[in-house]
Design a binder for this molecule. Sequence first.
Ligand SMILES: Cc1ncc(COP(=O)(O)O)c(C=O)c1O
Length: 375
Amino acid sequence: MDRIYFDNAATTPVDPRVAQEMAKVLMEYPGNPSSIHREGRTARTRIEQARKEIAQLLHASIGEIFFTSCGTESNNMALKCSVRDLGVRRIISARTEHHAVLHCLDRLETEGVIIDYVRQESSGHIDLEHLKVLMDQKDAPKTLVSLMHANNEIGTMLPLHQVAEWCAARDILFHSDTVQTMGYFPIDVSNTPIHFLTGSAHKFYGPKGIGFIYINSNNQIKPFIDGGSQERNMRAGTENITGIVGMAEALKLKWGARDKHKQQIRTVRDHLAKRLQAAIPGVTFNGDPFGDSHYKILSVSFPASAKSELLLFNLDISGISVSGGSACTSGSDAGSHVLDALMPGDIRTTIRFSFSHHNTVEEIDRLIEVLVKHV
Ligand SMILES: Cc1ncc(COP(=O)(O)O)c(C=O)c1O
C-alpha cells in the first residue's frame, strides 16, 4: 500500500513542473552568473527573471528580494542585521516562534539586546493588548517586533496587517517569519508596512536549500555573508541558480492554485476533525484550528496512555507519516517548546497532521482505522 504523507508543514514534495524547470536550468545554464561572458550573462538574466517573478507576486520591487539558502538564514539575516546595522536594541517576540527565531534571540540577548516576550492565549494567539503595552513602553530603545505569521506546530495566525500598521505608527521595525504562509495566503507589501518577510521554497512544493528574504528598501543593511558582490553585495556566494528558478516557479504555481488547494485541504482537514471526534473519546485540538489559523495544520492531543506514547512510531510502521511537533524537534526527545509555552505540564500525546492538496478523504479514513487500533 502507498504511504500516506501528512507532514506537509515539515516539507512538501516538489511539484513535477518545478523539477522539470530545474532540470532545464541545470543543463542549459552552465555559466556563473557573475561572469561577464555570454554564459554568465544568460545565467544572470535567468536569476533576475526569477527575482522579478517573486517580487511581482508580493508587490515588492525587484531590489527588495534577496536569495538565501533557507528560511532559517533569512530569519537570522533579518534579526541580526537589524541589530548590527539598524540600531535595534530591543526585540518583542513570542515564546512560540520557530527555533530559527528563538535561538537568534538567545544569541542576541547575550550581546545585550533586550528581548521582551509578549503574552499569549493558550490558543497561541498573541495578547494584542499586551503587545501594544510593550510597543508603547516609554523610553524604550530602538525596537523591532518579530512575530510569525502562522505557527508551524499549531497553525495559529497573527493579524499581520494590523500588527504591521501598529508598528509603522510607532516607528517600530517589523519582521514576520512567513515561512509557513508564503504562497498559501496573499501578502501584499505595497499595502502592508512590513520591513522583513521570509520564505523557504520547500514549504511550497519547491526544492530544499533555497529561500529568500524581502527587505523593505528603506532599510539599508550591510552584507550578511562577506565575499563576492552577489545579491547586490548583501549575501556573497555563487547563486544557487537551479534552486532560485525552482523556487520562483514553485511560488508562481502555488500562488495561482491557492484558492483551489485551500478548498481541497480544508475538506480533508475537516473530515479528519469530524472523524477523530466521533472515533476517539477525549481527543482535543490545539491552537484555534477553526478560527484564525493555517488550514493546512491540525494539531491533535490524545489522552495520555502507554499506547499513545508510541503513536508516532506505530503510525509510521503502518505507512503514515506525521510529526510530533516541528520537524526540527521530532528527531530528538525535546518535546514541543510551543505546547510547553502555551500549556505547561500537559502530558498528553500530540500529533501534528499537516496536509497538501495531494491528500484525500480516503487517506483520512485509513488513518482513523489505524489510530483506533493504536490509541
Ligand atoms: C515557521 C518556520 N520558520 C522557519 C523555518 C525554517 O525554514 P528552513 O527549513 O528553510 O530553514 C521553518 C521550517 O520548519 C518554519 O516552519
